[in-house]
Ligand binder design. Sequence first.
Ligand code: PLP
Length: 393
Amino acid sequence: MPSGRHLLQIPGPTNIPDRVLKALGTPIIDHRSPDAAQLVRACLDGLQTIFRTQDPVLIYSSSGTGAWEAALVNTLNPGDRVLACETGQFGAQWATVAKNIGLRAELIPGDWRHGANPAAIAERLSADREHEIRAVLVLHNETSTGITSDIPDVRGAMDSARHPALLMVDNISSLASIDYRHTEWGVDVSVGASQKGLMLPPGLGINAVSPKALEAARSSRFPKNYWRWQEILEWNTKGFFPYTPATAMLYGLRESLAMLREEGLENVLARHARLAEATRRAVCAWGLEFQAENPAERSNSITAIRMPEGHSEAGFRALVRERFNLSLGAGLGKVAGKLFRIGHMGDFNDLMLAGTLSGVEMGMTLAGIPHRKGGVDAALEYLTESLAIAANG
Ligand code: PLP
């Protein structure tokens, strides 16, 4: 093993703070005891703050994919139509999950360089006069491309089409890192997971559910057991689960929620925005191309950088991993080999970013990837200036 800390700068799982690691090691208690009930309530209440909602939040011992499936099987019926957006690998993958469980999923095609297109959604919904489309599936932040979609605009498009479909939003890679508002934005089911902005290991999937989604759940005919909201919600009111929860993960979650509360959600979001801007300054100085063509859609949790033609991203990432103990994200699906991704979310600060960008810059030189010098300098200059401005009020 190389000496020193590993920098886990893939776009999730993210670095886990020592406080959370320690909490994960807390001795397991009886999951039907009063202490367990307190733990569960603290987790559910804290998550409501992060999703900015008073609607019920559910926690599954699953990855994010499980929480995707839970959103669908609780609210829909076999054979229903859903409309998804091909923002990238994960947008397409949610549609595949829908197809695999027996829904008719239609994908609005995308070029993987832009967010969800509200005009295309409005057009498709307006043409659906019989209201056969029962749900619109959108990613707030597409992890494979580093692109953030405008959810209020998507909601506006659905409202302008006067269409009653449920709005389901995946905020797996924006939760606790990019501003997200479940209730204010009129989202019916939000789908989150533990391993990104929440600074936890993979292993928890999350749903936040609106009254309209709960109403839909009452008549859903999908066969299901583990994912059934109603039963879990009934047990959760007493602080329990209908099965054995992942107690260690709940300890970790309570600690990560405490850390987010101590820092303040607004400050957490501002920290992510500032570190993302510094990353973007580095990319511009290097003269490299962003995967996100529209600057307004460039994500505050992930930056995806296109590899200059003829150069191997896999070779470059292997080099920085071996030389600098730094993990960067691969290109996925259609953009495999064409880009690499820097995750800058979760437990992350100025010097971790400086180290990450230094590893990228040195790695590009060693791998012979054409770029201009000065990316790290540009990032540090921005970080320093923004601190000076904040200090001077
Ligand atoms: N949605 C998004 C936006 C993701 O980034 C991921 C995984 O990275 C998933 C869904 C799938 O989640 P999981 O791999 O935890 O099942």
